[in-house]
Ligand binder design. Structure first.
Ligand code: ZN
Length: 93
């Protein structure tokens, strides 16, 4: 479905939802029933949020330019063992 915009001479613009490609050149006004001509507007393109755009660019770049690392990132290393012997008695996840 797509939303098409029409303008009534007396009432102003209004929207009509129809299947894509089935817009009529004229539609009756929702308020007064007067034949109204279709307006041609820009498509409703939603702008990608900046954070998502960066993530998508990084994902695309990693496909042909993978990052090379020399060591395991700190966030993925196993936690350091505790010196306290009581910690060894705790249940393991
Ligand atoms: Zn009208």
């Amino acid at each position: 479905m797509a939303t098409y915009q029409y303008r009534c001479a007396g009432c102003g613009p209004f929207d009509v939802t129809r299947p894509i490609g089935q817009a009529r050149p004229e539609e009756p006004c929702e308020a007064c029933g007067h034949p109204s001509r279709r307006l041609f507007t820009s498509p409703m393109v939603i702008r990608t949020p900046a954070a998502l755009a960066r993530a998508l660019q990084a994902q695309e770049a990693s496909a042909y330019e993978p990052r090379v690392v020399d060591e395991v990132p700190a966030s993925r290393r196993a936690p350091a063992r505790s010196a306290d012997p009581r910690h060894a008695l705790l249940p393991k996840p």
